[in-house]
Each structure stands twice: as C-alpha cells, then as structure tokens.
Ligand binder design. Sequence first.
Ligand code: ACO
Length: 435
Amino acid sequence: MATQAMSEKLQQDIDIQFEGKSAKLPLHRGTEGEVGIDIAKLRSSTGLVTFDPGYGNTGACKSAITYIDGDNGILRYRGYPIEELAEKSSFLEVAWLLLNGELPTKTELSSFSAEIKQHTMLHEDFKRFFGALPKDAHPMPVCAATVGALATYYQDPESERQIHSSVIRLLAKMPTIAACSYKHCIGQPFMYPRNELDYTSNFVNMLFATPCEDYPIDPVAARAIDLLLILHADHEQNCSTSTVRLVGSSQAPLFASISAGISALWGSLHGGANQKVIEMLEHIAREDGSVDKYVARAKDKNDTARLMGFGHRIYKNYDPRAAVLKKTCAEVISRLGKSSKLLEIAMRLEEIALKDEYFVSRKLYPNVDFYSGVIFNALGIPTNMFTVLFTMGRLPGWIAHWLEMRRDPDFRIGRPRQIYTGANKRPYVSIDRRG
Ligand code: ACO
C-alpha cells in the first residue's frame, strides 16, 4: 500500500481583505518543510481567484511520491536519493517503489517481474492497427494512439482489481509498443517479447533484433538504458504528469490518462528536448563545430534557437539527473569502445555556457536531456526514439500519480479558473450587416 500524502496544518492563517470581504487562508506544511497557502475558500469568501500562468506557484495536490529541491539539486523518490537508486536499483525495483511506497523484498520483486512477463504481448489485431498508420509517423503519437487503443481492448469497469491488471498490462506492454512503433516506421517485422530476458534486455531485443538471426544483447547497453529509465521514472508535477492527473480527475480510465501524458511529453519543451539536443549537436557538428556561434544564437532574442537541454523550471542550481548522467556518459561511451564527437561538442558547449553571463544570471544549467540524448545516440538508439524511451521510464511515475490522485480523500475533478479578457456582452449582428 502506498504511503499516504501527509501534511501538517499550521496554527497561523493568512488574512486576505478585498473590497470589504475577507478570508482566513490556512497554511499546510509538507514533510520537507514547504508551506502552501490553502486557497480553496478564497473565491467563495472574497470573489478573488489566483493568477499563475504556467502554474509556477501553484501546488495542485499533496503528494508523497517524489521530492524535489530545485535550489539544492535534490531529487528523491519516496525519500530515496536518485543517485543511490541509480547506482543500486533496477528499473523494475524503482517502478515498484514508486507504485507501492517501499522498496520491494526479493519475493515481491520476483513476483512483480513474473506478473509483468505474463502480459508483454500485444493482441495480434494491433498488427493491423499499426498498419493503418503512416510509415513516416513519429513514434510518440504512435505510442499515444496505441496506449489509448488499449482502453478498447480492456473495457472492464475500474475496480481495484481491474486497476491492478491495467497497471501490470501497461508496464508489460509499453516496451513492446515502443519497439513496434519503431519497427513500423522502418518497415521491419515486429519482434515478439522474449520472457526469459529481463525488462530492459527484452526491450533492446525487440528494438534491434530481426527474425533472421539472434541479436547479441550488450549488457553495458542494457544497464545504461535501465539507468536512464530510473532517472526518468518520476519528476512530481511536471507537464505530462499533471496532464495524467488532470485527465484522470474526470475519472477517465488509466489507459486514456496515460495516452494523454504521452502526448504532453512529446513536446520539445518537455520530453521532446532529448531529440532536439542531438539535432542541435549534429547541427553544430555540420557547421564546422562552432559552439560559440550556436551559443550566440541561443542568447539572441531575435533568434528562435535555444540551447536545448539547458534550463529547467524547477532546478536553478543543477539537475541531479544530469550530474549522474554526465559521469555515466563518458564511462558508457568508453566501455562501448566508441568515440563520440557529439559528446565532445556537448562538453564544450556546457563549458562555454556555464561561464557565460547570460546563462549564469538566468540559472540555466544542463538538464537530464542534455546528456541522455548523447548516451542514447552512442547506444545506437534512433533519434526519434529518444522521447519514447523517456516515456517508458516515466510510465511508473505517471501511474503512481494517477493512483495517488484516485485514492486522495480530497479528490475532485481538476478545473482551473481564468481571468476573462474578451469582449463584454454585445448585441448579435446578423450576417448581412457585418464587415
Ligand atoms: N536557451 C536560451 N535561453 C533560455 C533557455 C535556453 N535553453 N532556457 C531559458 N532561457 C531564457 C529565456 O529566454 C528567458 O530569458 P529572459 O528572462 O531574458 O526572457 C529566461 O531564460 C527564463 O526562461 P523561461 O522560458 O521563462 O523559463 P521556464 O522555466 O518557463 O522554462 C524550460 C524552462 C522550458 C525548460 C526552458 O529552460 C527551455 O526551453 N529549455 C530548453 C528545452 C529543454 O531543454 N527542455 C527540457 C526540460 S527538462 C524535461 O522536461 C525533462
């Protein structure tokens, strides 16, 4: 059973007065000391709503899953530092942790893994489903559509038992869906899952093997991918997770909510950034490797270029996932026996940007996508699959949030307010009198 989201109600209230009306707004303190103003009664007492574009100051829920301290570069899943999980755990262990609140025992992990292996195949009809999609489709909308379509195959009402089955099915089928989305676009036959392999090796096999011959899975590559999945597994109320919660708050089924999360993750300001990082590095490599030229473009407000993989809404010191990856990146590339021109450019870019007043003053540091793209590239993962791997990693986090929301006693449908700026009431103009 997952740990409950606990908070302490403080004795002190915040008093607000507006146009003769007043409200006493309670304060809640979380387990790491953050204090939030409870504005639930603000509008009914004073007529005021809050205005917070991009939700930078809005705490939309209480959550016991992930803690981030962006100023100090701290990220913990269920209290465990990301650095330790990255070093010592497997992705499935981390998935269990996120879903259940505790690290699994050996028995729990082995039955979790065995249960997942029972559900790795997709219904054969999905071959026709994929066949109906254009070959040049990006794998992200293909994944979103396929996960959405799972809701048409598993239509039972969502009892707790049924929700458990949906969770297992999603975790089990996501690597298969991810690999099929790629095979579809390159025109190769889909590979069936091989249940004797571990979670990540099975994915690598489905991605790279063909029915013609055995594919030797490189354990260094499989471990690197497993590590990347761990680092992406949750990140509290980011854009895609908030999307999953918002869609799920209408009591839409789990598959539909996750499909919406995949669509949100696709965007280049979110999960799509890892693909954009490699495209940027390749662009620099083509343009005689001039890092300074690209940095100048990223600083120029008349140019749309941004330094992809730099900056983060929350981390204003460094992204701890990027720190883990920076170390791993050079290690993996040398253990794979590869030299990486892109890694060299990435390191030069980082060095220059970290000294540049523009980036320093705005607290723009490399984020997780900066190095993940370089590792994926060195592992031979096709560029358009980077965000799909992010999806596989983020899946347990999305599910954990969806479950936490559904079990929250304060659960309500998500429905933000707005400040209307349109026309005031005006008379209708018939069509022959317009223009
Ligand atoms: N390159 C150049 N300038 C940047 C960058 C960048 N990568 N990121 C932010 N800035 C500048 C902005 O132009 C703005 O400058 P200004 O104050 O002169 O107007 C200032 O820094 C603040 O930027 P915002 O866009 O307001 O910051 P916000 O918190 O809204 O955005 C974001 C964060 C979207 C991550 C942004 O930094 C960005 O676009 N980065 C590149 C894309 C990227 O790497 N995304 C992955 C994020 S991590 C993830 O989703 C896993």
